[in-house]
Design a binder for this molecule. Structure first.
Ligand SMILES: NC(=O)c1ccc[n+]([C@@H]2O[C@H](COP(=O)([O-])OP(=O)(O)OC[C@H]3O[C@@H](n4cnc5c(N)ncnc54)[C@H](O)[C@@H]3O)[C@@H](O)[C@H]2O)c1
Length: 468
């Protein structure tokens, strides 16, 4: 059992803290936002993440929240930095949160051997940077070198929407370290996960055939690059299938069949080969941008990663073009958006493809009315676009000229599409995630457009209102 502090109570920090407490460690989660800390103390989570609330309830005897560095840091044996690293103006990550976390840690570092763990996604060299910041802050506070601490890199691979599952049952744990003692501490900390020796929580049983988790130990720079490499590769994979989807449409192929045929090749694999509106969220956009910036810094142009970003932007534009192809003009049209979160099972709106699409539609003079099962309240306070919001299928679809599915929430498949059709001015469905049951929609009288699949169904003979 270790004394752990997690700095940053966001998606990564809170999940990491809850999981480590569940495994038996004593954990304090520290955040500079006092309102967030007060909410957490009262049991209120700052965002929606499946099973996190339940895990926190199970672990609360070993889990505390604070906004005070001086209270948490001195007794910690392992300190995770899990603060945000958003893109800065030049594309490189803004490390100001990581810097102030490192300074806060340095000022209050205790007597015993402490491992400072960089879990935030940070460019190569940041381990050294954090090391230096901790050392300087300790020196300024105490007029001497800190006694015993080491900085390691432990990149996070969790997916929002499945963060608890991914943390309990990861594909691998990567630790980059120069210090053998720190590596040993990390191995001990993660032992129950590495060996899968913990009792699974009732709501998340251990997957069948789950074996020991690979523990990848390497140097700091390699660990830091592994994280960017993984995210850029996944982003590239999605952009690749989206690029191929555009060609599939032209040549009359069905991208879902093509993706299946490609993905069954064990060298490629089926995941991240779903054509759609493209990727977004708090990681892929900023991490690909950071990789390009890192390449520039070192004179490596990274054309593949740049192209993945370009294709991704084009994907939103393609959806607008498809709507224009049907409706001829978007001026004065009302377009319904199914989904605002950047993916299902989260209320995170950061870099959401749905919002980027909304910007393009608004720019064409359309009105945009949006629905999301989880992110509506957050959107109303965080999004500055002039969107209309609808809470029910009926409110969303009444009088609209098209509905665009932007986020593949499972429940959209089971909406009563047959009875909703009559509410729409034009029964046109643009399924930008190839998610809905197109045969059912066509049978119910809709015109159906997807991504890289044949368009189906016809609109009525009188033509589309307002298109002439
Ligand atoms: N969200 C993901 O899916 C995900 C997955 C893998 C890796 N990551 C990486 O993990 C890091 C954290 O991401 P996130 O989505 O959890 O961020 P987040 O924005 O949800 O949370 C960051 C938290 O850190 C707090 N904070 C900022 N500065 C602080 C300081 N000096 N001291 C204490 N608290 C401070 C903020 O108040 C906030 O609560 C990022 O580098 C991100 O790239 C995120």
């Amino acid at each position: 059992m270790k004394q752990v502090v997690v700095v940053g109570a966001g998606y990564v920090g809170l999940t990491t803290g809850a999981v480590l407490a569940y495994l038996g460690h004593r954990v304090k989660v520290l955040d500079v936002d006092p309102a967030r800390v007060e909410d957490l103390k009262r049991g209120k989570l700052p965002f929606f993440e499946p099973h996190l609330q339940e895990l926190i309830s199970l672990s609360q005897a070993r889990l505390a929240f604070t906004s005070q560095y001086e209270e948490a840091i001195p007794t910690a044996e392992v300190i995770f930095i899990a603060v945000g690293t958003p893109s800065g103006p030049d594309g490189a990550p803004d490390l100001s949160q990581a810097r102030s976390a490192a300074l806060g840690i340095g000022r209050h570092l205790g007597e015993g051997f402490t491992v400072v763990v960089n879990k935030s996604t940070v460019p190569v060299g940041s381990g050294n940077y954090v090391e230096a910041m901790v050392r300087r802050a300790f020196w300024e506070a105490h007029g001497q070198e800190p006694r015993a601490y080491a900085v390691v890199s432990n990149p996070e691979f969790l997916r929002e929407g499945q963060a608890v599952y991914d943390s309990l049952y990861p594909d691998r744990i990567v630790v980059g370290a120069e210090d053998k003692r720190a590596l040993e501490v990390m191995r001990e900390l993660y032992e129950p996960i590495l060996e899968q020796s913990f009792a699974p929580p009732p709501f998340l049983p251990r997957p069948e055939r789950m074996g020991a988790v690979p523990f990848i130990t390497t140097d700091l720079a390699s660990a830091e690059l592994i994280k960017y490499g993984a995210n850029a590769f996944l982003a590239m994979k999605i952009s690749f299938i989206n690029e191929l989807a555009a060609l599939a449409e032209r040549v009359g192929a069905d991208i879902r069949e093509v993706a299946r045929g490609i993905g069954l090749d064990s060298r490629i694999g089926p995941r991240f080969l779903q054509a759609g509106l493209g990727w977004g969220g708090s990681c892929f956009p900023k991490d690909t941008l950071a990789l390009v910036a890192m390449g520039e810094e070192y004179g490596i142009p990274m054309p593949l990663v740049r192209a993945a970003r370009e294709v991704n932007f084009l994907q939103r534009q393609r959806v607008v073009d498809k709507l224009l192809g049907e409706l001829k003009t978007l001026k004065g049209r009302t377009i319904a958006l199914l989904g605002l979160a950047f993916k299902p099972h989260t209320d995170d709106l950061r870099e959401s493809p749905a919002l980027e699409l909304a910007v393009l539609l608004l720019g064409r003079g359309a009105f945009v009315r949006a629905h999301d099962p989880m992110a509506l309240t957050r959107a109303q306070s965080e999004v500055s676009l002039p969107l209309e919001y609808a809470k029910t299928p009926e409110d969303l679809l009444r009088g609209v000229d098209a509905v665009v599915l932007a986020t593949d929430w499972p429940e959209y498949r089971t909406w009563p599409w047959e009875s909703l059709r009559g509410l729409m001015r034009v029964p046109l469905v643009m399924d930008a995630r190839n998610h809905l049951d197109r045969d059912r929609l066509v049978a119910a009288g809709y015109r159906y457009l997807g991504i890289g699949v044949p368009s189906l169904g016809v609109l009525n003979k009188e033509g589309i209102p307002g298109s002439k």
